[in-house]
Design a protein around this ligand. Sequence first.
Ligand code: ADP
Ligand code: MG
Length: 439
Amino acid sequence: MANYEIDDIFADILERAKALDPANSRSWFDKLTVLHLDGGSLGIGCPDEATVRFLQDNCKNSFTRAAQQVTGHLIAVDFSVSVKSKFAGQPKRSETELRLHPDYTFDNFVVGPSNRLAHASCIAVSQSPGNTYNPLFVYGNSGLGKTHLLHAVCFETRQKFQNTVIRFLSCEEFVNRFIRAIEEGNLVGFQSQFRTVDTLIIDDVQFLREREQSQEEFFHTFNALYNNGKQIILSADSPPGKIPSLEARLISRFNWGLVARIDPPSYETRVAIVQKKAHLRGFSISDEIAEYIARKVQANIRELEGALTTIYAVATTTGSEIDLELAQTALEGQIKASARHISITDIIGVVTNHFDVRLADLQSKKRSQSITEPRQICMFLARNLTNHSLEEIGGHLGGRDHTTVMHACNKINQVKETDPKMNGLLNDLTKQITQPVKI
Ligand code: ADP
Ligand code: MG
């Protein structure tokens, strides 16, 4: 195949992958390159290790399905760092261990009055680790951007100081590794891992509560780093003094540097975040809809993003344009049901009700059209309206494997494209699933 043909096919695959999984589509997909497309395998080149990890963890299924739909063949998709990239070569050990989310950069972080101090102090410590605020302690409720900021610090510090050693992990991981080190009798190895870094970032330190031995170890790690002028950054859901049963000596140390609070975002910040997130996914969204979402979802940015995802999922599943009415329908259901996520059980409930079949039939081995069709529709809707993997969806429907689910989704997709009746039905079912439960 000529190169330009491969590029065309790849462009189609990217478009299809975006449509199949709007929540995980990103505008930077355009920067991905084809390394090869032959012998049933598609190699995709990525700019860096964080991108490879993101695609591997979130997009493998949608890319595989897209490649299959576009080429008509079973294709194995593989992501790797492209040799053309400026980050090419073996990733550094610290790079593979950091597990950074490519979305969580300073560029993608919207600054407003609620997070200005936390943002500014994170920028300051990444420009000059160990010299400004040490430790830096960022706290706020769940879903307000703490983890995002900590990842951004890692990206920025690594960019500025190429040889610096950064260690970033959740407090839970710290505790688990500590326990494992004790079990394996390798405490020295554990200590040297954490006491020799230039920047140590620990997310969610409220996890230390009531873990006395881990607190003791953490205290010594803290002292070793602090005394050597190394940067320590911590996050938690409350200020140091409010973390239950945290030792006084840790509370006092956590207060030595700067303690920055993140508050829930204002309306204007929420609108800007919705627009930023839509842009990141390569979607355009009108101001009217961004404002609507920002008015409806107030406390938690993760839910703001969830709302955006739901709207796109509904639009993609029903093949409709996103207008205010669709956004309202999609979201009213989510919000009225106290922002719960759509579950496979909800979907099965609506589908079995509509077709008047029993769940046991869907889970059985029966292959008559009257059972197969609702079963496949359940799989298709679960794939589009939830974040469950193909395996999980198959598991709910009689322990079927992922290829069966993939086949069902492709089948319904095809029928939907040619048969307006199917399209209308899916539309209808989606509305019922996403609409409020009437009590
Ligand atoms: P936390 O760690 O505080 O629970 P996260 O950092 O995981 O919250 O943030 C939840 C989601 O909200 C993430 O997808 C993150 O990108 C997004 N987010 C939070 N604050 C902002 C912001 N100011 N700008 C853009 N996205 C944000
Ligand atoms: Mg977090």
